[in-house]
Write a protein that binds this ligand. Structure first.
Ligand code: ADP
Length: 399
């Protein structure tokens, strides 16, 4: 059965076509600069074949149509009817969805209604659901919510210690993000540990441009570092992570700003690695500059590691026992051995020992702790697309 996973942004469309249940990627591609005359259409398929073209792709309809037309013209699929399921990444499922769901008219309306919680995403994602429903009427459309994995947090962990009316009236709470990635690595870690997932306790570190840490108890999320929005938690590429909110009016006063959104924008786009280093939001640039002796880059590196260690320590305490494993994933987690080593060294007193040789590799799934480490440490490359395809396949097969 062919299943396509869709990850739609405001100016990009990423997709992967899977043969399920074999989990085989048949083709994958993306459209960048969607909505412009110079959109870039890229596909890779078959035995390393590639197709790339820059052309005008002005609307979401034409983007989706083009993906499907090219699937046929490049002979990746013979008939579009072979695509039985379309899995959509949806950023916010509000408080309603605790799992992936087949999209009917009611679900689609709910996705649109959560737009307030994810203004940049949900509306676009819902729009693409409508487009793909029109183009592939025979296929089952499935929503895979980014925060569903955190729907069962205990109120002790998801409520903020503020007047409860803000939750009761406006649902101000921790929603979390990157749930599909934390769930994927949790399932994979249980396989690697050879334990039932329901008996697996982990601390999972998704360290990409956006970054979050989760505590996983008995295979379920117990707590996570992102909050009401993805601005909370550890330090990121351009986001500050946790700060004292009183900083906001103070900066406004000092900088003579009248619109609070300007400060929130700075916290989202000009902070984190970029803000501290003054150089770049890309960890590779920070590492190179730090190695060359740039002190602000060194400070950014150390602060980045420090925020991770603080969260891991607090989640370790919250779990109430030594986790079965720590998991590093996403761009930085998978590729940056310096972060893994520094975090491991900071946790040495808790029995963590990183094997420098196993750590000195990029990308592939592996154990990086020593045999005498009291907790295992793994690198597990994340695969949100496969998780989306798997959920979509499971629900499509049931329909
Ligand atoms: P997203 O999907 O959130 O855009 P990724 O998971 O692709 O992000 O992670 C992007 C981050 O990974 C960037 O900060 C990038 O610098 C970092 N990264 C990628 N490769 C390396 C590497 N070899 N060493 C350090 N950081 C890396």
């Amino acid at each position: 059965m062919l299943i396509i996973s869709i990850n739609a942004g405001s100016s990009s469309l990423k997709w992967q076509l899977f043969q399920m249940p074999a989990k085989k990627v048949i083709a994958k591609g993306m459209i960048d600069r969607l909505g412009t005359e110079q959109a870039e259409f890229k596909v890779s398929y078959g035995q390393g074949q590639k197709f790339k073209q820059t052309e005008a792709i002005l609307t979401k309809e034409s983007a989706a149509t083009l993906v499907l037309t090219r699937l046929k013209s490049l002979k990746i699929v013979e008939h579009l009817e072979a695509i039985k399921g379309v899995g959509h990444r949806v950023v916010s499922g509000g408080e309603v969805f605790d799992r992936s769901t087949v999209i009917d008219d009611h679900v689609l309306l709910q996705i649109e209604n959560f737009s307030e919680l994810a203004p940049l995403h949900n509306r676009t994602e819902a729009y693409f659901v409508r487009v793909f429903r029109d183009l592939l009427p025979q296929a089952c459309q499935v929503a895979v919510f980014d925060n569903a994995f955190f729907a069962h947090l205990d109120p002790i962990n998801y409520l903020y210690p503020i007047d409860k009316k803000y939750y009761d009236q406006y649902q101000v709470r921790k929603y979390g993000a990157h749930g599909t990635s934390h769930r994927y690595v949790t399932l994979r870690a249980a396989e690697l540990l050879d334990k039932p997932v329901t008996e697996t306790s982990l601390i999972t570190l998704h360290l990409g441009s956006g970054a979050s840490v989760s505590a996983i108890k008995s295979g379920q999320a117990l707590d996570t570092s992102m909050g009401f929005t993805p601005l909370a938690g550890i330090m990121m590429g351009t986001r500050s992570g946790d700060i004292d909110p009183s900083i906001i009016p103070y900066i406004m006063e000092k900088e003579h700003l009248t619109d609070v959104r300007e400060v929130i924008k700075a916290l989202n786009n000009q902070s984190g690695l970029l803000g501290v280093s003054g150089l770049s939001n890309d960890k590779r640039d920070i590492d190179a500059a730090a190695a060359a002796g740039n002190q602000r880059a060194q400070l950014a590196q150390e602060m980045f590691n420090n925020r991770i260690v603080k969260y891991v320590g607090s989640y370790w305490a919250l779990l109430g026992k030594t986790p079965d494993a720590l998991i590093f994933t996403a761009g930085i987690g998978e590729n940056d051995q310096g972060v893994r080593l520094a975090v491991g060294q900071a946790l040495a007193h808790l029995g963590v020992k990183i094997d420098p040789q196993a750590n000195d590799m990029r990308g592939q799934e592996r154990l990086i702790s020593t045999p005498d480490s009291q907790v295992k440490v793994y690198v597990i490359p994340t695969n949100e697309e496969l998780m989306i395809a798997q959920d979509t396949y499971d629900l499509t097969a049931k329909e």
